[in-house]
Design a protein around this ligand. Sequence first.
Ligand SMILES: Nc1ncnc2c1ncn2[C@@H]1O[C@H](COP(=O)(O)OP(=O)(O)OP(=O)(O)O)[C@@H](O)[C@H]1O
Ligand SMILES: [Mg+2]
Length: 278
Amino acid sequence: MCLSEVKSGEKLCEAFWDCLNGRIFHGSGNYRIGVDLGTANVVVAVVDDEDNPVAGKIERAEVVRDGIVVDFVKARNIVENMIQELEHELRTDLQYGACAVPPGTAAGDFRATRHVVESAGIEVLDVFEEPVAAAKVLGMEDQAIVDIGGGTTGISIIKSGEIIYTADEPTGGVHFTLVIAGNYGLDFDRAEELKLDSSNHRKLLPVVKPVMEKVATIIHRHIKGYDVEKICLVGGTSSFEGLKDVIEQVTGIPVYVPKHCILVTPLGIALSCRKGGI
Ligand SMILES: Nc1ncnc2c1ncn2[C@@H]1O[C@H](COP(=O)(O)OP(=O)(O)OP(=O)(O)O)[C@@H](O)[C@H]1O
Ligand SMILES: [Mg+2]
């Protein structure tokens, strides 16, 4: 991975983070959007003609499970509301966009994701595999991109700009929360709240370490046999302090975590979308 690409990827994520925190930048127009329907979060990113993030929305929602839309109407309503709010903020119609699915998603599930975005009024120009979108932000150099989201850990190995191996396993942030809930006798929402406050991470580390080791073992199993020099972590769960170290210990490979790892894939979807509706 080349350093200048990483730096510009970090800068783009920082700009998108500011957008999610209320900053609106009108940019150069000809907007295109990226919709990430995740197990834990729905995220919409808007970028302009010059690839600057200009606006965005994020909302917690359980409308998709492991790439499969489980509540179509709610998913559509969330995306539609987000787009209406973004159109109001940007004072324009948003027309074109893209979405993404986990690697290996079946054709029917792939179409359902697309249909959610289309029925929210967007012409979907592309549907990407999530790691392809993430690589747009991180750089298409040789690396393993590991997306640890809400429900799953997705592993993709990139060589010379091509995905040569990909897998998705059902362990993610939900499992961290369940272990915390079980350990402290809390309900899921309270345990999630505790987990999302980074100041608790050090205290929670011994509790979640077995889940981290499971994630690390999954990664190790999939990348064994490939010549991987660096692992890049994306997805919200990658923010958990200490996870990087556990993965480095188990795999013996250096791990890089972008500051706003939760935003890499959604922003990458918008940036990967074809320009100008062509
Ligand atoms: N600061 C944080 N520390 C620990 N976990 C976090 C943090 N921020 C978010 N998470 C966790 O990250 C997960 C959500 O990440 P993300 O938005 O990447 O998932 P998703 O795309 O919705 O899910 P998936 O990709 O599995 O379908 C949740 O489980 C959430 O609890
Ligand atoms: Mg995701």
